[in-house]
Ligand binder design. Structure first.
Ligand code: DQA
Length: 148
């Protein structure tokens, strides 16, 4: 599939990447990560649109918009909303394309409240603990699956 559209959603506090707990989340900024995704998408003739928000409703609105604009897949790091948001799960359940959940850190190695994910109930794939490579692996998997 060429020209497929992917929405990349970053949840709360991920705008602080690079300076936020770098021992956990790494030194790359959100722009660094988005630029890697834009490059990989462009190389493969795909389109990535990235959005970060600290507001649950803005993420939900973006998922609703993706239902109508031909978006084929959503890569989402819901950040702390992973562990709390039935509303984001419900929005993703109303989206027909593929969903891949990404976490920079290995949430399963951390506090027990991070072990549960509402979004995992919907995700087709989950990647945790690979840092920024996790987002690239997610995009790679979508591209390979579409070519298969
Ligand atoms: C995170 C893990 C979450 O538990 C945390 O609240 C985040 C980031 C990650 O990418 O590792 O903000 O989603």
């Amino acid at each position: 599939m060429s020209q497929a559209k992917v929405l990349v959603l970053h949840g709360p506090n991920l705008n602080l990447l690079g300076t936020r707990e770098p021992e956990i989340y790494g030194h790359e900024t959100l722009d660094d990560i988005n630029n890697l995704l834009y490059e990989k998408a462009a190389f493969n003739g795909w389109e990535v649109k990235a959005l970060q928000s600290n507001h649950e409703g803005a993420l939900i609105d973006a998922i609703h918009a993706a239902r109508l604009d031909g978006t084929a897949a959503i890569i989402i790091n819901p950040a702390a909303f992973t562990h709390t948001s039935v509303a984001i799960l419900d929005a993703l359940n109303a989206f027909d394309g593929k969903v891949i959940e990404v976490h920079l850190s290995n949430v399963h190695k951390r506090e027990s409240f991070r072990h549960h994910s509402y979004v995992s109930l919907r995700a087709d794939g989950v990647i945790a603990g690979l840092g920024s490579q996790g987002y690239l692996a997610a995009l790679d998997a979508l591209i390979k699956a579409a070519d298969a």
